[in-house]
Design a binder for this molecule. Structure first.
Ligand SMILES: Cc1cc2nc3c(=O)[nH]c(=O)nc-3n(C[C@H](O)[C@H](O)[C@H](O)COP(=O)(O)OP(=O)(O)OC[C@H]3O[C@@H](n4cnc5c(N)ncnc54)[C@H](O)[C@@H]3O)c2cc1C
Ligand SMILES: Cc1cc2nc3c(=O)[nH]c(=O)nc-3n(C[C@H](O)[C@H](O)[C@H](O)COP(=O)(O)O)c2cc1C
Length: 451
């Protein structure tokens, strides 16, 4: 009995001591955060399709409105020396490909191989990702681990955001409020993401199969108009649409827009996705088969800022893609066609067989005659015994590639991530050099819409 009482006392004292320690630690963290409220704050982002960028900019705006000195920069514009001059850093980064950094942050990511001396830095990471991909939020975690290994002190544990989960974004907002020395309620009214365009009803006006007789899955050209007859909304070449699938309204599917508003309708290039058991995918089946001409569907346009022409509008363009990837490239070609004297263009397109799968062949030939395209190189993988892909053509044209890049060209890649985009990336690295390609990505001259 005596022994038991003693044990209870000891356990009680231990718990009380632990409680005092936790309270003291929390007090210390609070005072440390409060003490540094006055220090300037850097919000840095790395984003592939614009979401992390939007969250970062809104976070910076929120802190600025609360009176803090804040700078918001792409990670591409930073190096270790810049971080050594920084006292507080908030990172908002996404993950792309299969656990890779966004293209714009590749050059910075090369730093992660070795720890730096960042003992003076306090930081927090908001890692955007999607649990359907593995590894989840890999780039955010890699940055977090590197900063910790470099001696930087976390202001908060790394936050993982699955598909822009509101609950986690609210936690981030709570942390921003704490850093700004504000009540949560003062920030709650400011959403971290700009309101997305609402879904609207669009009518299917035209649908054509582009690859009759193909050995691959059927691919269709679709044209759509606002169902209520209103004027077309504006978008830019390179943008995407999100389509609601009636059978699965919670998870919209993305499609690259193949037209520009001057075409008078929204055009898509959609391939039926079929799994190994022959089961078609929900959205692609709906768009290419279930939906009849004149039927409506719910979609919204999403700006894809990092795949727009933007500053590259006045540069020569190297457009590389396979299959439905031609959609995103075609919108850029349509935009170029509107110009009186467009800069040169070079298209590299890959599919299976020229006789069945050369989508928009006449249109591309016309663009060549008009001088919008100087070169159209194709790789039809099954037109010869040896498989031949777009990356092989690019490697054969190494000299031209170097010349075009030296002349200021921007490179746009659209289509399959596996096989095409990775193969093209390997050739670009080999021909242009690793550092030069990362530099092009950081400058926004290497842009990818790959899936
Ligand atoms: C940025 C971007 C741009 C894109 N642009 C285009 C474009 O221009 N054109 C285009 O055609 N596509 C494009 N895509 C792909 C497109 O978004 C869809 O992923 C594609 O159409 C397949 O969607 P789905 O609904 O038909 O298939 P899903 O229903 O999502 O299914 C995909 C595959 O998984 C299988 N599957 C579904 N559910 C399960 C399950 N529970 N378990 C196991 N397997 C399952 C399906 O049978 C199918 O093979 C793009 C994607 C991205 C991210
Ligand atoms: C082609 C593609 C690949 C992706 N790969 C990953 C991944 O490997 N891991 C992950 O957690 N999320 C992955 N995602 C999800 C994105 O990180 C997520 O959608 C994020 O919100 C995008 O932010 P961004 O627009 O700033 O790039 C991927 C998304 C796409 C479209």
């Amino acid at each position: 009995m005596m022994e038991q009482e003693r044990l209870i006392w000891v356990a009680g004292l231990g718990l009380a001591y632990a409680g005092v320690c936790v309270a003291a630690w929390q007090q210390w963290r609070r005072s440390r955060r409060a003490a540094s409220v006055a220090a300037p704050l850097l919000v840095a982002y790395a984003s592939q399709s614009g979401q992390a960028e939007a969250v970062a900019q809104q976070s910076a705006a929120t802190l600025q409105a609360a009176g803090l000195a804040v700078q918001c920069l792409p990670l591409a514009q930073l190096d270790v020396a810049a971080l050594q001059q920084t006292s507080r850093l908030l990172l908002v980064v996404s993950t792309t490909g299969e656990g890779e950094p966004p293209d714009m942050a590749r050059r910075f990511a090369a730093n992660l191989a070795t720890p730096a001396a960042l003992g003076e830095l306090q930081y927090a990471v908001l890692a955007l990702g999607d649990r359907r991909y593995t590894p989840f939020c890999a780039f955010g975690h890699a940055l977090d681990a590197w900063l910790a290994a470099s001696g930087a002190q976390p202001l908060y544990p790394c936050l993982e955001v699955d598909a822009l989960d509101d609950v986690v974004l609210a936690t981030w907002q709570h942390q921003l409020a704490e850093l700004a020395g504000l009540q949560d309620s003062a920030l709650a009214a400011q959403p971290l993401l700009p309101a997305a365009t609402p879904f609207a009803s669009w009518r299917l006006q035209e649908r054509r199969c582009l690859n009759e007789g193909s050995s691959g899955a059927a691919t269709y050209h679709l044209a759509l108009q606002p169902a209520d007859g209103s004027v077309l909304p504006q978008w830019q070449s390179g943008d995407l649409v999100e389509v609601q699938v009636p059978a699965e309204p919670g998870r919209p599917r993305e499609y690259s827009i193949a037209s520009i508003p001057a075409d008078g309708c929204l055009q898509l290039l959609v391939r039926v996705r079929v799994d190994e058991q022959g089961q078609p995918g929900l959205a692609s089946q709906h768009l290419t088969c279930d939906l009849a001409l004149g039927d409506t569907l719910s979609l919204r346009i999403r700006p894809h800022r990092r795949f727009r022409l933007a500053d590259n509008a006045t540069r020569p363009l190297i457009l590389i893609g396979n299959g439905t990837g031609l959609a995103g490239l075609r919108s850029h070609l349509r935009a170029r066609q509107q110009l009186a004297a467009p800069q040169p263009g070079w298209l590299l397109f890959g599919e299976r067989q020229a006789v069945h799968d050369f989508y928009y062949r006449h249109e591309l030939q016309a663009l060549q005659q008009q001088g919008v395209l100087q070169h159209v190189d194709t790789a039809f993988s099954r037109d010869q015994p040896q498989r031949r892909y777009v990356q092989h053509v690019l490697a054969e044209q190494a000299e031209r590639l170097q010349q075009w890049v030296a002349d200021g060209a921007a490179i746009y890649v659209c289509g399959s991530l596996a096989g095409m985009a990775s193969g093209v990336d390997a050739v670009l690295r080999q021909v242009l050099g690793e550092a030069a390609l990362d530099e092009l990505a950081a400058q926004g001259r290497y842009c990818r819409d790959v899936y």
